[in-house]
Design a binder for this molecule. Structure first.
Ligand code: 57M
Length: 358
């Protein structure tokens, strides 16, 4: 909105030319997101507390979680607002990629909100049934995939990390593939969100990495120099990723150990889906496995644990997802969290290196 209001003034005042630049608008989108968090969070945490919107802790988990009983949850509302509002303020609203990213973030945020609402406010511990939750995710991702492929006409060629010339076309499998990326990322973040700051740290790192990928994919000269797929208009997603990173850092201020608020499914489902849809639109879909490697590791630990238990009646980990394994081994919570952040930084650097090592 600010872009549309202020950029035209450059005709009379050259200063307003600065609104043309994606880099400038990304920085201010991130700052706006941070400020929104700092202004809204104390109020939101107070309101959630006053309405007793607090977490119920499962009794079968690591014992030290019992002390977290009653911590306000649904802080994801803050993340969604602090991502979407700055995006609408600083991005070019004529750009379809921005609207798809906003649609996915708000859509998955709403599914998470309904689940949290049922669990926390209606005190229905089951929340939204897994079937309804999954079907809603599939439907939303299906709409996004169809818009991306049929409406904006993004090509069905995917980028294979480390291979410059390998961009296979998926044809009719492209839409299911996009759905898989979005829904997979959303559930990966959700499984990771079990310790203070554990999910938001890698989310910030991933948003920062995709901020860079979006800028490069939308820049015709750099994309051709790096020989990555050029996606006209996708550069505007840099602003969305900047807002997401800012919102994440702002949320981390309150979610860092010991957390004053949890994000709830409202946050985890929307962040994961937003990362997935951005990865698809900037044509760095497969490398998301590396960028979001911590989420993949958490999801894999559950798959392996369930498989092993079903087939051999033996557990590989003391408890899955894998962060519980380290908790039960006695690692202090902050140690697990910060080490997972470090792993996430290493993986993001490796992912960025795929631009060159090809
Ligand atoms: C959500 N939610 C946290 C909070 C957060 C298939 C199975 C592996 C699923 C998995 C599961 O349910 N995962 C999804 C994990 C919960 O956090 C809430 O949920 C939101 C995210 N969706 O925002 O609102 C608890 O996590 C802790 N927490 C923090 N700090 C934070 O910033 O400490 C969260 C955010 C909170 C709080 O204690 O209450 C959760 O873990 O429940 N299920 C599991 O993870 C369960 N694992 C399991 O059953 N493993 C089995 C099999 C199935 C693989 C095994 O290993 O044999 C465990 N989860 C818990 N207790 N809590 C089981 C024991």
């Amino acid at each position: 909105m600010l872009y549309h209001l202020l950029f035209p003034l450059h005709v009379d005042y050259s200063f307003f030319n600065v609104f043309r630049y994606i880099t400038f608008r990304t920085i201010y989108a991130a700052i706006t997101a941070l400020l929104l968090c700092f202004v809204l969070a104390p109020w939101l945490i107070r309101e959630l507390g006053a309405h007793q919107i607090g977490q119920t802790i499962r009794r079968d988990g690591p014992e030290r979680h019992l002390a977290k009983e009653g911590t306000p949850t649904m802080g994801g509302l803050l993340i969604v607002l602090a991502t979407v509002i700055p995006t609408l303020l600083w991005a070019n609203l004529g750009n379809p990629y921005i609207w798809i990213a906003v649609f996915v973030t708000v859509g998955f945020g709403t599914v998470g909100f309904v689940d949290d609402y049922k669990k926390v406010i209606r005190k229905d511990s089951k929340g939204l049934s897994p079937r309804k939750k999954f079907l809603s995710q599939l439907a939303l991702a299906g709409v996004a995939a169809t818009l991306i492929y049929l409406d904006i006409g993004i090509q069905d060629k995917v980028s294979i990390p480390f291979f410059k010339k390998l961009n296979p076309s998926l044809g009719m499998f492209y839409i299911p593939f996009v759905i898989l990326v979005i829904v997979g990322a959303s559930n990966g973040v959700n499984l990771t969100d079990g310790l203070d700051g554990l999910a938001i740290g890698p989310s910030i790192i991933s948003a920062g990495t995709y901020m860079m990928f979006a800028y490069l994919a939308g820049h015709i000269k750099i994309a051709s120099y790096l020989q990555i797929q050029y996606v006209p208009g996708a550069g505007e997603l840099t602003i969305f990723c900047g807002a997401m990173a800012g919102a994440g850092i702002g949320f981390l201020w309150y979610n860092t150990y010991p957390a004053q608020v949890f994000m709830g499914d409202t946050g985890s489902l929307s962040i994961g889906a937003a990362l997935g849809v951005v990865a698809v639109m900037v044509k760095q879909e497969i490398v998301l496995v590396l960028v979001g490697g911590v989420f993949v590791m958490e999801a894999l630990s559950v798959i392996l644990q369930v498989y092993s238990y079903k087939t051999t009646r033996k557990r590989i980990f003391r408890m899955a997802p894998i962060h519980h394994h380290f908790e039960l081994k006695g690692w202090p919570e902050p140690k697990i969290i910060v080490r997972f952040w470090i792993i996430s930084i290493i993986l993001a650097l490796l992912a960025i290196s795929t631009l060159k090592i090809r």
